[in-house]
Design a protein around this ligand. Sequence first.
Ligand SMILES: NC(=O)c1ccc[n+]([C@@H]2O[C@H](COP(=O)([O-])OP(=O)(O)OC[C@H]3O[C@@H](n4cnc5c(N)ncnc54)[C@H](O)[C@@H]3O)[C@@H](O)[C@H]2O)c1
Ligand SMILES: [Zn+2]
Ligand SMILES: [Zn+2]
Length: 341
Amino acid sequence: MITMKAIKIDEPWSVECVEMEKPTPKNGEALIKIVSAGICGSDIGAFRGTNGLVSYPRVIGHELAGVIEEISPDNKKGLKVGDKVIVDPYLYCGHCYPCSIGRTNCCADLKVLGVHIDGGMAEYFCHPDDMLIKMPDDLDWTLAAMAEPLTISLHGVHRGGLVAGEYCAIIGAGPIGLVAGMIAQAYGAHAILLDLVQERLDFAKELGIEYVINSANEDPVARVSEITNGVMAQQVMECSGANPAVRMSLDLVSNAGRVTLTGWPKKETPLPTDIITRKEIDIRGARTSAGEFEEAIELIRTKKVDVSKILTRTVSLKDAPEVIKDIEKNPGNYMKVVVMM
Ligand SMILES: NC(=O)c1ccc[n+]([C@@H]2O[C@H](COP(=O)([O-])OP(=O)(O)OC[C@H]3O[C@@H](n4cnc5c(N)ncnc54)[C@H](O)[C@@H]3O)[C@@H](O)[C@H]2O)c1
Ligand SMILES: [Zn+2]
Ligand SMILES: [Zn+2]
C-alpha cells in the first residue's frame, strides 16, 4: 500500500496528521498533488464538533490548490498533467431543481469537502476533473488557497447585486467580512465594516476599508445614517453568524435595500417582519459559491483584492494539528493560515 500524510479529525477534539492510503482516481477524476490548503473556520468547527453537518472520522480541508499528476487526456476542460489547479470543493448532483437552474451551490444533495466527504488537507487528493480551475502560473500558492474563501464573500456580493457608488454595510470583520469589504471596494462601492472587536476593525482600517464601526461602543444605526446621509446601506452583508447582527441588518439597510445572509447562526433569530414589509427589503441567503472561482482568481491575480494582507502565517502539514488547536483556543490571533505540503 502506498501511503500519504493527511489531517484527520477522528472525533471532535481529536485532530492528527495521520498516514493513510494514497487515493487512486476513479473514472472522471484527476489525481492532484496538493501544494497548499487553507484552514477555514469550518475546519475549526469540525474540530470543536459544532458544525452539525460534519460526520466523523473526517479528513478536513476544502481550500485547496495543487498540481495535476494524473488526468484523462479527454477531460472536458482540456487540463493536462503538470497544470496548476484550484479545487472547486462543492460537489453537486447536476439534476435536482436548483442544479437545473444553475444554482449548484444549493443542490439538494450538496457534498462539501471536509464536511460531508473527505477533504484534501493531504499530500494527494482525487477530485472530479471538471471541478478544477486552472490557475495562472505566476499566482503564489498561498494566495491560490485563498480563492475559495474569496468566492464565499464574492457570492454574497453577487447575491445582493452590489453596484458602484452604493453603500455596503458588512457585519463581522473576520476573513469572510474583511474580504467582502475589499471586494465591495473593488466594485466601486463604499464599504462600512462593523464588529465588536476593536483589533479587527483597526486591522480593517489598515487594509484600507473606508469606514469601520465598533458596534459595541458606537450606535451603528446612527453612524450608518450619518455616513450615508440618512439613506442607510443599499446592501447589508451579514458575515458574523451572530443573532443580534442578523437582527441589526434590518435597521442598517435602506428602504428598497438588500440583505444577504452569509453567516451561519447556531440559533433562531426573531425578526420584526414589519420592517421588511415597510422598507420592502430583499433578504437573500448566500451559501458557498457557484461558478465564481474564475472571477475570484482574477481579483486575486490583479491584486484588486489583495488577499495576501489577511494571511497570518503558513504552516507545515506535520505542524497543522497543533496550529488548529491553537486557533480554536486563541481565534483572535489568526486571520488566515495556509498549510504548505
Ligand atoms: N455561507 C457560507 O457558505 C459560509 C462559508 C464560510 C463561512 N460562513 C460563515 O460566515 C461567518 C463568518 O466567517 P469568518 O470565518 O469570517 O468568522 P469569524 O468568526 O472569524 O468572524 C466573525 C466576526 O464577527 C464578529 N461578530 C460577532 N458578533 C458580532 C456582532 N453582534 N456584531 C458585529 N460583529 C460581530 C466577531 O467579532 C468576528 O470578528 C461565520 O458565521 C461562518 O460560519 C459561511
Ligand atoms: Zn472555507
Ligand atoms: Zn443537485
